[in-house]
Ligand binder design. Structure first.
Ligand code: FAD
Length: 382
């Protein structure tokens, strides 16, 4: 019988397992795929400040592909907000390498990782697995569901979660001519409820994708986007996956089961980015379990221990809901107003990809931005 079983060897699950194993607990990680880090279904854009704040003790040269200095954000009808910093603000990473580095650390800390082991069902600490085509039963005192957006653990804990909590994303790796220092974000009809992106690996390769409501034909939306923006590039590879987009999820713990990472909707609703938030949540999750095992505290403390992560997730959700509740014309007006008010310079100085709480309140202190005050106030005061 394992003490703690983590389902899913993605970044969140691996980090949680590493932290628990390094405290001497017996940890089992289950991964349905035959190797860690594949398939890659991610753009791999992470803020440098967010990454540095996680204490991962990894060398960015081992997994970074490119450095990003700024962003161009296009409104539905073409108003552009440009934010450029002097120093790099984000990395484009090789997700396969990143995940494998985390895997190495997890195994090094003493966790046991079983590959090709898929969780099928979970009842009272009994995990029913399919391992290389064979059925198997494993018992565990505590189970962490870090099994991604289609989480089996979450489905067992909450069978009635609706499809509108997810965005369908499609991404192409493309060869063409790109600005290697800046990412592009595009709002428009081709990406209903989300946006499209161009994230350069270099001046000749970019990760180009979009997210749209479940049920839309994402491939035809991508064709519309590429045509509308005049992007002429050769498709090198394609990937498609779900992005959880929701307010902070409340049902994170039931009995001895906890949810983590994408399985727990710990993604920024504004961008779908889940790496920094999932890894930060992994620390809270591991800390909660360690305290429970050592001091018999409640596993329900997880929510309390996640307060700082949840504060940011809630703000991302508010910004997302506000932005996507307005029609295209209103969004265009807002972009024009923001540009005129000097939002670009403000974000250059104060912007933070992960923690909007850091700059939303500051917006209220800038008289030039008072034109945006009702919106900022709504976000700042919650
Ligand atoms: C197109 C796209 C672009 C993205 N771009 C970014 C970005 O630029 N920046 C960013 O921060 N985030 C981005 N994200 C989100 C990011 O990829 C996720 O937030 C992150 O991978 C979540 O990590 P995780 O460990 O929670 O889950 P995952 O990485 O999904 O890992 C879950 C693991 O569980 C395994 N698993 C699933 N079910 C089972 C089962 N039943 N039994 C055993 N194992 C199982 C899976 O194989 C997988 O290895 C993007 C997502 C998509 C879809």
């Amino acid at each position: 019988m394992a003490l703690v079983t983590v389902v899913g060897a993605g970044p969140s699950g691996l980090r949680c397992a590493e932290l628990l194993a390094s405290e001497g607990f017996e940890i089992l990680v289950l991964e349905e795929h035959a190797s860690v880090g594949k398939p890659v279904q991610c753009t791999g854009l992470v803020s440098i400040s967010g990454l540095n704040g996680l204490g991962l003790e990894l060398n960015e040269d081992d997994f970074a592909v490119n450095k990003i200095y700024g962003a161009k954000i296009f409104s539905p009808h073409g108003t552009v907000l440009e934010v450029r910093k002097k120093k790099p603000v984000a990395l484009v990473i090789d997700r396969m390498k990143f995940d494998r580095l985390l895997y190495k650390k997890t195994v090094g800390a003493g966790a046991k990782v079983r590959l090709s082991s898929k969780l099928i069902d979970l009842r009272n600490g009994n995990l029913f697995l399919e391992t290389k085509g064979h059925g198997e039963l494993v018992k565990s005192k505590i189970v962490v569901g870090a099994d991604g957006p289609n989480s089996v653990v979450r489905h067992i804990m909450h069978p009635n979660i609706r499809g509108e909590k997810f965005i369908h994303a499609l991404q192409y790796r493309m060869q063409g001519s790109f600005d290697p220092k800046n990412v592009e974000l595009h709002f428009g009809k081709f990406a209903k409820g989300f946006f499209a992106w161009v994230v350069p690996e270099s001046d000749s390769i970019a990760r180009i994708g979009l997210g749209t409501k479940l049920g839309d034909n994402v491939e035809s939306m991508m064709n519309i986007f590429l045509k509308e923006k005049g992007i002429e590039a050769r498709v090198l590879s394609k990937s498609s996956a779900l992005i959880p987009v929701s307010e902070p999820f409340k049902g994170l713990v039931s009995e001895n089961n906890l949810l983590l990472g994408d399985a727990a909707f710990q993604t920024k609703a504004t961008t779908g980015g889940g790496l920094v938030m999932g890894l930060a949540a992994a620390k809270a999750c591991a800390g909660t379990i360690a305290n429970h095992l050592k001091h018999h505290t409640s596993l329900n403390d997880y929510t309390k221990n996640l307060a700082s992560v949840n504060r940011e997730l809630a703000l991302h959700w508010k910004i997302y809901s506000h932005l996507h509740s307005m029609g295209e014309d209103k969004m265009d007006n807002m972009f024009a107003k923001a540009k005129k008010a000097g939002l670009e310079q403000f974000l250059e100085e104060h912007g933070d990809m992960d923690r909007p709480s850091k700059f939303v309140r500051k917006m209220l202190l800038k008289p030039r931005l008072w034109g945006l005050a009702p919106t900022a106030l709504k976000f700042a005061l919650g």
